[in-house]
Design a protein around this ligand. Structure first.
Ligand code: HEC
Ligand code: HEC
Length: 481
């Protein structure tokens, strides 16, 4: 009897110790969650929070138990490791930040708390799929992946060049299960991929899909080796950004007359990461244009700058949305120090020129003078011309102007001289217009002197060396006599 009582007592003590420790862990998780996550994901995990109005995508509503980022088959809950990964790494291109401030135990407690918002879903643990070793990329494998990309109809959503501009993506006006509009991914921008951009990540995305989105699982419909071939093909479309502070513009005999002239493809370019305009109302918290690529050429008389960016759906203003728009900004005065205007659209003391192009009047560019975001006027004399085109998810706008316009106050572009510039771009589909758009920081462009500088600098130096050398030689010869 004593033994039985003792066993019961021991069991009670152990159980309550377990219960207490478990609830202690829960309450730590809850405390941390309420402190750091609830302002976005809601205290009840339902994403009812003050950020849900201007966050695109919205923070996840955990109460539905649908998870986008999983290593488990479609329909299974994510593993703790999956949730931990997104908490640790954050979600690129969204407001979900990476969390490094927590210890591993703290993350474990937070993850346990997150799971309590959809307890039924997590009753049985999800089992991750096995991801083998990726095959070696080869031209043949990429070609096979490309074929499958068409055959499996990925192209209908993701577009021929994989820029996320497939027709179906737009005709169907995709929404995710949480009711928010979404668009197919642009493969050429690896920094926008939310489920990871390595070949293994892409294989996982194709295999298990993204929960709650039209990006479904292809585990059953495509063989393992086909999913790898697709992943290798998609990886081959990724472009790495070429970052810098200044773009060199080389001299050419004639500037290409068309935006798609193959001559442009071999011209050196620079990528400008774009962010939302946050200085003045209306601000843009969720710009869709994340990158703008610039390159240029010049001839004896004129110079050209091409601005290129991805846009999944072109808007020319005829569909009730604002027209897609891009400007280049230059300071009105280019000083010796190539001083950059501090403000977004200049100010009274530091006006900027805008070369304003709109898809609604694509053959035209308007030169404007801005002395602040609320003080913009068209210039009486227009010196800039433009050619523009949209092809398979990519805009190209080429601005052209004389090196010297002769217009009073206009800046000159001289070889070897640095000219500051910045870009502002608007995606009409995203409702961007006015000053609500994506902005770059300030960069420089410089026309590369046609004859490299050292040719001018070195001959006198070389001549001097030869002269001095000759002098000392003749002296030493004389002294030897
Ligand atoms: C500033 C807002 C914000 C904060 C703070 C925030 N999140 Fe997020 N979270 C988001 C957004 C936005 C997403 C992305 C939703 C999407 O991709 O559709 C996200 C996604 C997630 C996901 C991915 C869910 C899935 O579908 O796979 C998890 C898990 C997550 N957050 C957990 C947390 C945790 C835990 C914290 C606190 C430590 C936290 N978040 C803090 C905004 C936030
Ligand atoms: C019905 C339309 C549709 C089809 C068909 C489709 N996708 Fe997607 N895909 C999407 C959408 C929408 C997203 C973006 C989901 C999001 O970010 O919320 C996406 C995202 C992706 C991503 C990026 C995930 C990330 O990390 O952000 C990859 C890779 C991908 N799809 C590959 C494929 C492949 C390969 C196929 C064909 C086997 C395919 N998709 C077919 C709509 C589709």
């Amino acid at each position: 009897m004593k033994k039985i009582l003792l066993t019961i007592l021991l069991t009670v003590v152990l159980c309550s110790a377990w219960y207490l420790s478990a609830s202690a862990e829960d309450s730590q998780g809850k405390k941390l969650y309420n402190g750091w996550c609830a302002q976005c994901h809601g205290y009840d995990g339902d994403a009812k929070s003050y950020t849900d109005k201007f966050s695109v995508p919205k923070p996840r509503d955990f109460t539905m138990g649908t998870y986008k980022f999983r290593s488990t088959p479609s329909g299974d809950p994510p593993t703790d490791a999956d949730i931990t990964k997104i908490v640790r790494n954050g979600n690129p291109g969204t407001s979900m930040p990476p969390w490094t401030r927590f210890t591993d135990d703290e993350v474990k407690a937070i993850v346990a708390h997150v799971k309590t918002f959809a307890p039924d879903i997590f009753k049985d643990a999800g089992k991750p799929i096995t991801i083998g070793t990726p095959p070696k990329a080869s031209a043949a494998l990429i070609a096979k992946g490309k074929e499958l990309f068409n055959k499996a109809k990925c192209v209908e959503c993701h577009g021929k060049a994989g820029r996320g501009n497939g027709e179906k993506g737009w005709q169907e006006n995709f929404k995710n299960d949480w009711g928010d509009p979404i668009t197919p991914a642009n493969y050429t921008h690896p920094w926008e991929l939310r489920n990871g951009s390595t070949v293994e990540d892409i294989y996982r995305t194709i295999s298990v899909g993204l929960g709650g989105t039209p990006m479904t699982s292809y585990m059953d419909s495509l063989k393992d080796e086909d999913r790898w071939a697709l992943a290798v093909f998609i990886k081959s479309l990724q472009e790495q950004r070429k970052l810098g502070v200044a773009i060199k513009i080389k001299k050419t005999v004639a500037i290409p007359a068309k935006v798609d002239d193959p001559a442009w493809d071999s011209v050196e370019y620079m990528d400008l990461p774009m962010g939302g305009q946050l200085m003045f109302e209306p601000r843009d918290f969720t710009p869709l244009i994340t990158n703008v690529r610039v390159r240029g050429l010049y001839s004896d008389k004129e110079f050209a700058i091409m601005v290129e960016w991805s846009d999944k759906k072109p808007n020319n203003g005829a569909d009730g949305k604002p027209a897609d728009t891009v400007w280049i900004q230059f300071p009105q005065k280019v000083t010796e120090e190539a001083e950059k205007p501090y403000f977004f659209m200049g100010d009274k003391k530091h006006p900027v020129y805008l070369w304003n192009w709109k898809a609604s009047d694509a053959g035209k560019v308007t030169e404007q003078l801005a002395k602040g975001y609320d003080n913009v006027a068209d210039l009486p004399k227009q010196d800039v011309t433009v050619i523009a085109g949209y092809n398979d998810g990519l805009y190209r706008v080429v601005y052209k102007r004389a090196l010297k316009t002769g217009t009073k106050d206009d800046f000159e572009v001289l070889p070897g001289k640095f000219v500051p510039f910045s870009i502002v771009a608007f995606d009409g589909q995203n409702g961007e217009s006015g000053i609500k758009g994506a902005v770059s920081s300030w960069y420089y462009l410089m026309l590369e002197p046609a004859t490299p500088l050292r040719v001018y600098v070195f001959p006198p130096l070389v001549a001097l060396c030869v002269f001095v050398g000759g002098l000392s030689l003749s002296r030493s010869l004389r002294s030897k006599k």
